[in-house]
Design a protein around this ligand. Structure first.
Ligand SMILES: [Zn+2]
Length: 380
């Protein structure tokens, strides 16, 4: 682990990071290796690959913490240092959630793995409540080694990628720029900017999970499945893509399950975030393989059906994965039904953020340390 050890935050920065995050405690590299080797390795590798593939030369570190938020990104301008702070339980929770979800009957059938009925009673529970119970099982490992492992990797890429977007795309640097106040003359505009940046980070996270997933698929097809005929290769590609899509959706469930305030004006609605991730996956996959365009929607439907089975009824889930939950501004109203047209309404509800993105783009471009930024906020 010598290479990833270099990416771990030095103790001389601990106090500054604590002051700028919700972390109550930070673990030293030694403690992390000794007590939390899995998280230390997974997060270190995730950062290493992301820095390399995004051509980032800035100083970006990671650290394990005890904090309310599972993942956070921090910028210390005086030290020209970026840090991804991860709660010490985040990886383990995510593995448990991925493993249990992928063993649900319809999901397992789709992934071609063995279904295992979850222990416990979930009847009448909402999706977020079920996820919280799935997270807290310490005995679960990856489940089916290959499928579960890929689902977890993708979930981590989405969640971790979201934080990296705040760093790579210049969000944090812009927020500490004196110009930030003049771009956002009142609090309403500042909130809109924050929601816009969150949507951009979600899209980046989904795009990053897609990219890592597709790169792995390419490697597998070259190295492991080189002798297969084209029909078999299509099947391998389908199974692999399903896994990384499941991972992204599970990670979005995870962030909802960990979120304490679902109605903060600083954050986009859960459904907006979900639909942005789904569309990013749909459009990216379609770019590679037109026939796989509807795969994310199919995976959503299968996941919803599996959770509905243990909750007793799909209406119990009370989550955008199963039902569009459209938040109507000013009315605080939530409408529940799953319709393609509702997805369109949600995309439309992001228009103010799309306009804000065009205002932010030139400023962010000066601060970005990764690849060039996307011209649009929302996938089209
Ligand atoms: Zn964020």
């Amino acid at each position: 682990m010598p290479e990833i050890s270099k990416l771990y935050l030095g103790e001389e920065h601990f106090e500054a990071v604590k002051r700028n995050s919700s972390a109550q405690w930070l673990f030293t590299a030694e403690d992390s290796i000794e007590q939390h080797a899995l998280s230390f390795g997974e997060l270190g590798n995730a950062l290493l690959v992301a820095l390399r593939e995004n051509n980032v030369v800035a100083d970006v570190k990671y650290v394990l913490s005890a904090s309310r938020a599972p993942f956070q990104a921090v910028y210390l301008p005086a030290r020209a240092l970026y840090v991804v702070v991860s709660d010490v339980n985040a990886c383990v929770d995510l593995i448990s959630l991925c493993a249990k979800s992928t063993m649900l009957s319809h999901v397992a059938t789709m992934l071609e793995t063995k279904p295992v009925a979850p222990s416990g009673v979930y009847t009448g529970l909402s999706l977020v409540e079920i996820c919280r119970l799935f997270m807290s099982d310490e005995e679960t490992q990856y489940g089916d080694v290959v499928a579960g492992r890929m689902v977890f990797t993708s979930a981590l890429m989405y969640a971790f990628g979201h934080e990296l977007a705040h760093i790579f795309n210049g969000h944090l640097a812009l927020q500490s720029d004196p110009k930030f106040a003049s771009i956002n003359p009142d609090q309403g505009q500042e909130y809109l900017t924050q929601r816009t940046l969150e949507i951009n980070a979600d899209r980046f996270g989904a795009g990053w999970a897609f990219e890592v997933g597709e790169n792995m698929l390419k490697q597998m097809l070259i190295k492991v499945y080189a002798d297969l005929d084209s029909h078999e290769r299509t099947r391998v590609a389908f199974a692999h893509r399903v896994r990384y899509i499941v991972g992204v959706f599970i990670a979005s469930l995870y962030s909802d399950a960990r979120l304490e305030n679902h109605f903060s004006p600083r954050y986009p609605r859960s459904y907006q975030r979900f639909i942005v991730a789904l569309r990013e996956l749909r459009d990216s996959i379609a770019h590679y393989d037109r026939s796989a365009r509807n795969l994310p929607e199919h995976v959503r439907e299968v996941l919803a059906r599996s959770f509905a089975e243990i909750a007793g009824n799909i209406d119990n889930l009370r989550h955008p994965l199963a039902r569009n939950a459209i938040w109507i501004a000013g009315e605080g109203d939530v409408r529940q039904d799953y319709l393609e047209s509702a997805a369109e309404v949600t995309i439309k509800s992001l228009e103010p953020a799309e306009r804000r993105w065009t205002v932010l783009l030139p400023h962010l471009s000066q601060h970005r340390i990764g690849r060039p930024l996307s011209e649009s906020l929302i996938p089209r």
